[in-house]
Design a protein around this ligand. Sequence first.
Ligand code: AN7
Length: 341
Amino acid sequence: MQPRMWRGVVEEYREFLPFTDATPVITLREGGTPLLESRLGAPVGLRLLVKYEATNPTGSFKDRGMTVAVSKAAEARARGIICASTGNTAASAAAYAARAGLPCALIIPASGVALGKLVQGIACGATIIAVQAAFDRALDLVREAAPLLGLTLVNSVNPHRLAGQKTAAFEICDALGRAPQTLAIPVGNAGNITAYWAGFKEYRAAGRSKSLPRMVGVQAEGAAPLVQGHPVDEPRTVASAIRIGRPASWDGAMTAVRESGGTLLAATDEEILAAQDQLAREGIFVEPASAASVAGVLKMGRAHQLTGHGLKDPEVIQARANLPAPIPATLEAISERLSLG
Ligand code: AN7
């Protein structure tokens, strides 16, 4: 048998990406994530598949775009990279910068980045700067700071990020042999929904899939500028990853929804946490932002996409868990606790 190892999204989809022989490939062999069947679809008459992006190297979909952005930064001999982040972009940037041997600066909101994401940046040696502001202001700052500091900006306003993130749409089409009927996706800064839609269109144009999905963007109710049609000054939601009031790819999201005949909707924090809980009860552990897409699907009665691992945001679960007191380390005590004896 021919040995076969997943090569990462750049080598798997090189013809769709801006790579030449002169571009170094900075990769952690991201992508190749599974589509998991969820039981939650049945009650609403749907076949619900979850694109489980948590199995990426840093635990979220951001790695797909980061491999391309950091490879291009290395090709351009960048001095280093910088980003603003609600957490997952930061974790991914730190890992790929470390892979490339480049310095990395992470500008994060002082409150609101989940611990599971922050530790990755620390571990990979990034310089972390917390600012007394929310994400939107942090993004404004890095857009200004990057050229002044001679650093490459790796937020999704960098087109290479979106180029890489398109590969998730390619993988879904490859796995199904066609595009799904509907793709529901959480929306924060709106880079991912923009990238997916570009990916589906590009794959169809290349003759690799025959149809296009309906794109459903789901925001958290307290951070739903696209649903409301205007920026939100103080976005509030338990889903810290999508606590964003002024999405940079606003137009991209609106185009995806309009061209695909899709829709935008908002899920409440209660609906988001309920969806997170229901998914975890079938072994699919995701963070609240990811669960927002399922909350939207269940709300709407329709198929689908998850973006970040549940381990990223342990506080959310911890807050709801009352761990019972420790018991003696005996078989009897365990049997009793489990009511088996
Ligand atoms: C798990 O990491 O914005 O609409 O700075 O972490 O493309 O922004 C994260 C966003 C969905 C929304 N799900 O994607 C960041 C950041 C998870 C996320 C989104 C994010 P976009």
